[in-house]
Design a protein around this ligand. Sequence first.
Ligand code: GA4
Length: 330
Amino acid sequence: MVVLSKPTLNNFSLVKSIKPTTTTTLSNGIPVVDLTDPEAKTLIVKACKEVGFFKVVNHGVPLELMSNLENEALRFFTKPQTEKDRAGPPDPFGYGSKRIGSNGDVGWVEYILLNTNPHVFSSKSISIFRENRLNLRCAVEDYIEAMKKMCCMVLELMAEGLGIERKNELSRLLKDEKSDCCFRMNHYPPCPEVQLRNVVGFGEHTDPQIISVLRSNSTSGLQICLSDGTWLSVPPDHTSFFINVGDTLQVLTNGRFKSVKHRVMADTTKSRLSMIYFGGPPLSEKIVPLPSLMLKKEESLYKEFTWCEYKKAMYNSRLADNRLGPFEIK
Ligand code: GA4
């Protein structure tokens, strides 16, 4: 029998000197990170390793910025179909309905997809911004600026949490004037068919970029796939952001961070509106594990490729494909 002695002053001080492990706050199994928490960097790294997904609170982005864009987007999505179609079909950017990508994927969704590169964004030829949609243009502009800032802040916390000396090692990829980011607004109208079967709004996939930030209205639908293959519903929260690790970040961290598979199911009664900012590197960037992260004899799990090469492969793929598969070193 083991007799436990009462803590003496000595072993009590020993217990006190062990640094308490940071505990993750969970919302229905989803890690939540308060960006003002001094432990944020540790919690972000833990979430990226274990789930590849987390919710961000206390992010400093004014709610007004989000609701302003939500209102402008809804104003567009409630226009007659013929008017919306004039801003499509997506090539891959523009207005799209039901068809996702160009390889046969469909979903119960309509969307606006935009390239946020300033040279492209400021050009007059963006079809969605014709027809006097100056308010929408301004709302998107303000929003994507805030998203880029937040992504960089999160990427810097990640670098710190990973113990990387240069904290801009990841964020520099987005700060680069040639960074290849895009922005998507998805509108999922209510789908009465759901009574017959579960209708998929946006099919399962991983995001190819480094990082994605999602914000939605209060309608549920987003699900993430856990490591045991089960789907977890993400409770919506219109005041917060949800961050997910993309394929590129999985490679940059040599598999430490997991690019999370996710999908959206349609709702029977309520429409869902989501906005997602996708942070990608410059086209010419070589995507290899960060040397500063690699242990002494650690080898890359992936063949070398540029973001441009990955994008080419991505546009030839279907949503649910394992896009990193062909680049894995077996
Ligand atoms: C998934 C993530 C982003 O929404 C997106 C999508 C892109 C598109 O809609 O054009 C793709 C998809 C996404 C990956 C595979 C290809 C390309 C649709 C599709 C079937 C904008 C992106 O970057 O990759």
